[in-house]
Write a protein that binds this ligand. Sequence first.
Ligand code: DQA
Length: 144
Amino acid sequence: HKVLVLHGPNLNLLGQREPAIYGSETLADIDQRLRNKALELSLQVESFQSNSEGELLDALHRGMREGIAGCIFNPGAYTHYSIALRDAVAAVPFPVIEVHLSNIYTREPFRSHSVIAPVAKGQISGFGAVGYELALYALHAQLG
Ligand code: DQA
C-alpha cells in the first residue's frame, strides 16, 4: 500500500519556524521518522511539500490516478479557508487524515475552524511530529 504524505505551506520551514509552537524537528526529520514507521507497517510512503495550493491539488489528483491507499495531509493555513482543497479531499476515493502539529483549537480563533475536517477521515491535532506517526497507524488500521 502506498501512502502520500502531503505538507502544505510554510512547513518547509519546520525547525526554524516558531519552534515553541511547531517544535525543533525539521520536515526531513519527520519524513525520515515516517519512512521508518512505514517499514514496520509494510507501507510505502511518499512525501511532498508545497507552498502552492495548486500543487497540493495536483498531488491529490495524482494520488487518485495512481490508486494510492491513503493520504496524511497537513494543509497548513489552507486548512482554514481553502474550499478548493476541501473539494479535492471530498473528491478522492482514498481516506485522508488531517494532521496538525499544534492544537488548532487552543490558538487564535481563526485556527479553530477547519474546512477540511468535515471531509477528512479524521483529524489529529496537537501532538507535534508524533501526530504523523499516529496518522500512519490510523491509516494502517483502516486498510486492515
Ligand atoms: C498547522 C496549523 C495551521 O493553523 C498553521 O497555519 C500551520 C501549521 C499545524 O501543523 O499546526 O501552518 O497546520
